[in-house]
Design a protein around this ligand. Sequence first.
Ligand code: ASP
Length: 322
Amino acid sequence: MQRSRKRLAVIHTGGTIASRPSPDGRGLTPQQAPSLTGLPDVEVHDVQPLNLPSPHITPAHMLELAGLITALAPDHDGVVVTHGTDTLEETAFALHLLLGTPTPVVLTGSMRHAAEVSWDGPANLLDAAGVALHPHSSGRGPLVVFGGDIFDARTVTKVHTTAVDAFGGYPGPIGRIDRTETAAHVRFFATPEQRQTYAPDSLKARVDILYAYAGWRGEGYAGARAEADGIVIAALGTGNLPAELLPLIAKTRQPVIIATRTHAGPVLPVYGYAGGGATLVQAGAIPASFLNAHKARILLLTLLGSGLGKEEIRRIFGEAGF
Ligand code: ASP
């Protein structure tokens, strides 16, 4: 049905875009959700399920958010989610795995808070709304809009701790929004791969991430193996580890996912020395392809929460175009 006014749901979850210096002088805290201004012809419905700094966001929150978006989407032409930038890419990727709605969903935030003269929140929010309501945004999965760039949820990552253009990732934006006095100009350069979605019962499994370094002899691995349902390792280069890790991984019954601590490129099992990627795969480890460690963890949580076993998990990491 064609509505006379477009309807936009704006879901606020906290983050710097909602933050100001706290009155007790302890530093910035989320306080007031930002208002969308500049779109007088759009009917905006603000919803605030959370008001958290994004380091406090958990996978359980992501699942709740997916449920809320699924409920709101049929009545709206677009959905915007405001979120702290620190874990924004994890929430975006969880939504990429969970949401089946054709209604565009766009995440944004800000790097500067509302009491700063250079607050980037209003422009990012306006841009996110412009993309969420654009007719070409549907069918691309959840998107992230920041500094005028449009990213897909699978590849976007936070690349700077303070810069206003804080998001990037390989291979980069899939589109751009720019404004003139009279209009917003949205251009897409790419359509993300078809994605598979999942309906996990929960995202409550325990998946630990371990970070590899020169001279790592497996410190921390035994604890993860004893307690966790799965392990992700941010490994070296194309997915290699020191030799000491090879026997530990060979003895692990839970899924062990090998991602890379390098910021771009795939995990490829090419090296045959002890701990080289080929030997890790022979020992049962699963390469994460292009997913960074924290997104590989979100995928593993989703697959474990969907009741899938190790071989199915291996197949999905290998074949699902990640
Ligand atoms: N630490 C803040 C958060 O992630 C940073 C931000 O919002 O950009 O909530």
